[in-house]
Design a protein around this ligand. Sequence first.
Ligand SMILES: Cc1cc2nc3c(=O)[nH]c(=O)nc-3n(C[C@H](O)[C@H](O)[C@H](O)COP(=O)(O)O)c2cc1C
Length: 216
Amino acid sequence: MATLLHIDSSVFPDEASSSRSVTAAFRKTWEEQHLDGTVIYRDLAANPIPHITADAWSAGYATPTQRTPEQSAAFAARETLIEELERADAVLIAAPMYNFSIPSTLKAWLDNVLLLGRTAGETPSAQGTPVVVVASRGGSYAPGTPRESYEFVQNYLQAVLEGTLALDLDFIVPELTHAPRNPSMSELIPRYEASRQRALEEATAKAKELAERVAA
Ligand SMILES: Cc1cc2nc3c(=O)[nH]c(=O)nc-3n(C[C@H](O)[C@H](O)[C@H](O)COP(=O)(O)O)c2cc1C
């Protein structure tokens, strides 16, 4: 039975969030293909996970018998998050752009799950697991745009998810989401609408493709 790890991180709820709309479309299709599957869901905006602490970090490099009681307690929460990643047959992450980078709640998740010698290093434990990232943003940072060099979501997540955790990474990028709200962007509304439609279609197509790949 297939397991999907689904992580949302937008501060906006439901349809008010572009990334949540797209992850919901992905998940709906995925669940239709895996009626008896499991979805592990984390809403990092509603239920933020604790930032990494010195005890939680150092416990990762000590054997269970070497750990102090404080390290053991701090590591327990990390262990849960790491196991969720390791159990997943596929991962779906919403990564809205906040000040050119990812939400701090998503960074806190990464700081917890990235553990050299286990999820990272020579043989990363989730190596090859497909991950789809929905990288929504209010503007456009596409190649050739004036703000291209301010893009630190895809660049960063590529380094961490692909380069470090060795996941099989794919992006969906709904862009220009501020066009309907910002009068100075009104001429970009058609491009926003096209991007949103494309993102929803990509979510459905990728969910189907991954559901088949995982079932095979
Ligand atoms: C705190 C914050 C910072 C943001 N910073 C940026 C930014 O640097 N660049 C940008 O294009 N949009 C920025 N936005 C707009 C979001 O990227 C946009 O609302 C996008 O749709 C977020 O995905 P969501 O709709 O799933 O929340 C920011 C939004 C918030 C709440």
